[in-house]
Design a protein around this ligand. Structure first.
Ligand code: GDP
Ligand code: MG
Length: 163
């Protein structure tokens, strides 16, 4: 079986831990508990008949402020970069963060995820997509579970695709 290290990253409070908990445990909590250090969990998915074991790293800290040690990214096959649709401030760092991630992990498969879709209307989403030139790969809700599985299946597909 193929095994891949996947890093979850993005600003504080965008929903990284919530996406992780929804994906691994099918659970959601409204409480905000700051992630301390790193939490690692494993889940096996099946993509196009192939099993992939995902080693998910849920880390604390902002990439933009260099608070994530580069060593965290060592050996990572995939990166899930999360922004919060209900806080526009998290969208403004997106371009620079994504450029940085591509630079430090050129062969990494990247998924840009716009989370908390349940907090905005369809019109607001359409507006943000135009304003920010639709830079995300998928929109999710860690609360309702919408697209959470789909996000990791798509990442799995990309992990299986040669660059
Ligand atoms: P992290 O700092 O990126 O790990 O963010 P958390 O996963 O801890 O989430 C921060 C806060 O946002 C918590 O209060 C969560 O309950 C809430 N949250 C996370 N994802 C969603 C979502 O998709 N929808 C809603 N409504 N709230 C969310
Ligand atoms: Mg967290």
């Amino acid at each position: 079986m193929i095994s891949k290290k996947v890093i979850l990253t993005g600003s504080f409070g965008v929903g990284k831990t919530s996406l992780f908990n929804q994906f691994i445990y099918q659970q959601f909590s409204d409480k905000y508990l700051t992630t301390i250090g790193v939490k690692v969990n494993k889940k096996t998915i099946t993509v196009e008949g192939e099993e992939i074991s995902l080693l998910l790293w849920d880390i604390a800290g902002e990439i933009a402020q260099n608070k994530v040690p580069e060593s965290y990214f060592l050996g990572a096959g995939g990166i899930v970069y999360v922004v919060d649709l209900s806080r526009v401030a998290t969208l403004t760092n997106m371009q620079t963060d994504v450029a940085f991630l591509k630079e430090i992990l050129p062969s990494g498969r990247l998924m840009v995820v716009a989370n908390k879709k349940d907090l905005i209307t369809q019109e607001q989403l359409a507006q943000l997509a135009i304003q920010y030139k639709h830079p995300w790969d998928i929109t999710t809700s860690a609360k309702t579970g919408e697209n959470v599985e789909a996000l990791f299946i798509e990442l799995g597909k990309r992990l299986l695709t040669p660059l």
